[in-house]
Design a protein around this ligand. Structure first.
Ligand code: PEP
Length: 252
């Protein structure tokens, strides 16, 4: 049975003190009312080491939002997968559309990052998704398939078992415009088919595919009710404990 997951992406929000407060609040809430799914929070690098000891790791996993495409050395300002792992984090988001668009991360660069993350024992939340023009041109399947092929298709089956996929139509991220649950299901089923062709039926059945893009407490239940939607990657609504909890509770 594949895992149901709700993961938060804090992006570049919250200073250290604010981040610690949010992590504590969430930990208290989920200790009092246990989730029915895996919960992960992905924070800026500077929060990781401080937040890790505050979380009950049975209830909340911790992840970074990025890592370097190099293992170590003279790469000023970069943070390696090994460094992320050493904070106590277990996950890393890679391939977020903001990284692809603003920092020019290509499928090739992401492949390097994925390899390093997996080699250091991190689970990867790998984001894929089309921009509005691609959807309007009916090219969403081809775009998403190329992203999967370009970054994941050299992995072994064992390595692939540490990948979580997040379908995030770029036109729905931070825009308030959610994909309909039918649009999400259609793409998730397509993605599962692509994975089945490459890694086999079991791998496709076992991989969790999250939806991301303006997911909130009011629409999470309908999205998560779809058979191929295994949870969400949550941006804006992960910044308030009550909203994030509202989405987690959609699994109840
Ligand atoms: C995201 O950035 O991963 C995301 C889904 O953002 P939002 O929920 O704010 O649309």
């Amino acid at each position: 049975m594949r895992k149901k997951i709700v993961a938060g992406n804090w992006k570049m929000n919250k200073n250290l003190q604010e981040g610690i407060e949010l992590a504590k609040e969430l930990n208290t809430m989920l200790s009092a009312d246990k989730p029915n799914c895996d919960v992960v929070i992905c924070t800026p690098f500077i929060h990781l080491a401080s937040v890790a000891p505050l979380l009950d790791s049975q209830l909340i996993g911790l992840g970074a939002e990025n890592c370097a495409d190099k293992a170590s050395g003279a790469y000023t300002g970069e943070v390696s997968a090994e460094m992320v792992k050493s904070t106590g984090a277990q996950y890393v988001i890679l391939g977020h559309s903001e990284r692809r668009a603003y920092y020019h991360e290509t499928n090739e660069i992401l492949k390097e990052k994925i390899n390093l993350a997996l080699a250091n024992g991190l689970k990867v939340i790998f984001c894929i998704g089309e921009v509005l023009e691609e959807r309007e041109a009916g090219k969403q399947n081809e775009v998403v398939k190329a992203q999967l092929e370009g970054s994941l298709f050299d992995l072994t089956g064992d390595e692939f078992s540490n990948i979580i996929l997040a379908y995030e139509p770029v036109w729905a991220i931070g825009t308030g415009k959610t994909a309909t649950s039918d649009q999400a299901e259609e793409m998730h089923a397509f993605i599962r088919g692509v994975i089945a062709e490459k890694f086999g039926k079991d791998a496709a059945e076992n991989v969790s595919i999250l939806y991301g893009g303006s997911c909130k407490p009011s629409n999470a239940k309908e999205l998560f009710a779809k058979p191929d939607v295994d949870g969400g990657l949550i941006g804006g609504a992960a910044l308030k404990a009550a909203d994030f909890k509202g989405i987690i509770d959609a699994w109840k």
